[in-house]
Design a protein around this ligand. Structure first.
Ligand code: PEP
Ligand code: MG
Length: 589
């Protein structure tokens, strides 16, 4: 039995067999293979080489006929290299000596060779580097492509192990078979983590050593509540976890009744609880869990779930369906928040050096007007179907907001001229995710109908901590006094400007933060739908005056540790017996 600690990002406990997922696009993991599997690895290498030579032959013939004989010669050179036993011998040797999968041996050998060529003082050798890298990619595609498609053939229930998963890969997991996933990379509020919560399976990220320590088919216990992964559990551990799975089932059943109860504090203050969704069908989930509408519809997931951009019609249909399901309740559509860790594969081909500070969100939209306008047309066309609100992500200054509004007005004019009906008075809001927006919130409050504080990004930009980087995950905290001060500023600006302020980052689903957020004046939260009953339970147990006292006390602390310890203790005092805390930040066991 072995225990690994990571960051629990989606709650729940699962016992299942390991399915190791390799991915060429991200990282080739160094995983160990058993001695018995070595012949299979040699066969895989041979098959990938044969398939690559076939592919190159077809390509060479076509290029020779249609294009340039010089280009055909390059492809011939690739074929010669692949056919040369000296070229492949070290790869086979590495598989044997290091007991590693074929893809690891290929990429390590070829990259090593490329490094040596690069260092040589001969232009002839240096020019071969790109050929080597090309061959590396071609072989990996054959090797890893095969592993990936294995996931589609999975039967029975498995736990997926990967170095990392992109949000779109996470969306693509078939939850009939995949019961949990764990990754070596990733942070608490990465979009992969958010997706895990939304598809409702337990997940742990930031494990660092899972790929190295786990063999395919190992028995695993994934404890998403505590961020603990147990490899090959002994009998007492298995028995204990089986009991916990049962206990958890009855706790969740007890939450069902809460869904229908109002989110009102003991002194009668109503807190609106909205849902964060990625897909239209989740509107129904928000309703089932007793939510008041949708506070954040991450519309970019329409783009991430496919490898091409969805058409205006496809987007319109998604928005229309979501609105029809919402009835009179509000549906807040956030315009495209692509970029940073939310890239479609196609766009990722030209990665930015520092994408979190690059062309993402509203900046991406303002630089790609056709995509932006198509989406706004779809949103506005759907606006006649219900209570729709539009929200722009990562606005950093008033000029940016005005530009976005101008595009929205242009689209309105176009629709008007075409005689297409839409709601001209659709409420327009912004997400506050950058410190600049929080500091300028008094100015924004004069120009928009509502704010939604996106703490996931606000924390990363305020504290200079990448939200997806497991190495700095311990520094990422909403309890940091600087973050809390910015949240307070936004609430004050919203109150003075007479507009609604909501908070839609992951801390809205963290029970430990609820009293503090109510205490600093928040009355609207937007969170993952399945967490709504849990948060209602906290709200119904507290009184706002007590929450204000807590907020005042927190205001006197100067470290996130003090804040976190204090709000945890206070939450435990008001919660019923049996509550074990499911803090997002408590995930690091
Ligand atoms: C946020 O940044 O808090 C947020 C809700 O947006 P996302 O997590 O999609 O970046
Ligand atoms: Mg964000």
């Amino acid at each position: 039995m072995k225990l690994l600690k990571g960051i629990g990002v989606s709650p729940g406990v699962v016992i299942g067999r390991a399915f190791v997922l390799d991915d060429v696009a991200l990282h080739i993991p160094r995983r160990h293979v058993s001695e018995g599997d070595l012949p299979h690895q040699h066969d895989r290498l041979d098959a990938a080489v044969a398939a690559s030579i076939d592919e190159l032959q077809t390509l060479r013939d076509r290029v020779a006929q249609e294009l340039d004989p010089e280009a055909a010669k390059i492809l011939e050179f690739h074929m010669v290299l692949l056919g040369d036993p000296h070229f492949l011998e070290p790869v086979h040797a590495r598989i044997e000596q290091e007991r590693v999968p074929a893809e690891w041996a290929v990429t390590t050998e070829i990259q090593g060779m490329a490094d040596k060529f690069r260092a040589l003082d001969s232009e002839a050798f240096r020019s071969k580097v790109s050929d080597l890298l090309d061959l590396d990619r071609r072989l990996l595609r054959h090797l890893v492509g095969e592993t990936q498609s294995r996931l589609k053939q999975v039967e029975g229930e498995v736990v997926v192990i990967a170095h990392d998963l992109t949000p779109s890969q996470t969306v693509g997991l078939d939850t009939n078979h995949v019961k949990a996933f764990v990754t070596d990379a990733g942070g608490r509020t990465s979009h992969t983590a958010i997706m895990a919560r939304s598809i409702g399976i337990p997940a742990i990220v930031g494990l660092e050593r899972a790929m190295a320590d786990i063999f395919e088919d190992d028995l695993l216990v994934v404890d998403g509540d505590r961020g603990v992964l147990i490899i090959d559990p002994d009998e007492p551990t298995l028995a204990e976890y089986t009991k916990r799975i049962e206990a958890r089932r009855s706790y969740e059943l007890s939450l069902v009744d809460l869904a229908k109860a109002p989110a009102v504090t003991t002194d009668g203050v109503r807190i609106n609880l909205y849902g964060n969704i990625e897909f239209p069908f989740e509107v129904e989930l928000v309703d089932r869990f007793g939510g008041d509408g949708v506070g954040l519809y991450r519309s970019e997931f329409l783009f991430l779930a496919h490898d091409r951009d969805p058409s205006e019609e496809e987007q319109y249909e998604a928005f229309r369906d979501a609105l029809r399901m919402s009835g009179a309740k509000p549906l807040t559509i956030r315009t495209l928040d692509l970029g940073s860790d939310k890239y479609t594969q196609r766009r990722a081909e030209a990665p930015e050096r520092n994408p979190a500070l690059g062309c993402r969100s509203i900046r991406f939209c303002l630089q790609n007007l056709p995509i932006f306008k198509t989406q706004l047309r779809a949103i506005l066309r759907a606006s006649v179907e219900g209570n729709l609100r539009v929200m722009f992500p990562l606005v950093t200054g008033p000029l940016e907001l005005r530009q976005a509004r101008m595009v929205l007005n242009d689209v309105m004019e176009d629709l008007h001229e075409e005689g297409v009906p839409f709601n001209r008075n659709v409420p327009v809001g912004i997400m506050i995710e950058a410190p600049s927006a929080a500091i300028m919130s008094h100015a924004f409050a004069r120009e928009v109908d509502f704010f939604s504080i996106g703490t996931n990004d606000l924390i990363q930009y305020t504290l200079a901590v990448d939200r997806t980087n497991e190495r700095v995950a311990n520094l990422y905290s909403a309890a940091h006094p600087a973050v809390l001060r910015l949240i307070k500023d936004c609430i004050r600006s919203g109150r003075r400007g007479g507009i609604e302020v909501s908070l839609c980052g992951e801390i809205a689903s963290d029970p430990d933060y609820i009293m503090l957020l109510i205490g600093i004046g928040l009355r609207n939260l937007s969170l993952v739908p399945s967490a709504i009953p849990d948060i209602k339970r906290v709200i119904r147990a507290v009184d706002t005056r007590h929450c204000e006292l807590i907020a005042r006390k927190v205001g006197s602390f100067d470290s996130e540790r003090q804040v976190l310890n204090f709000i945890r203790d206070e939450t435990r005092k008001v919660m019923p017996e049996g509550y074990d805390g499911r803090s997002v930040e408590g995930g690091v066991a």
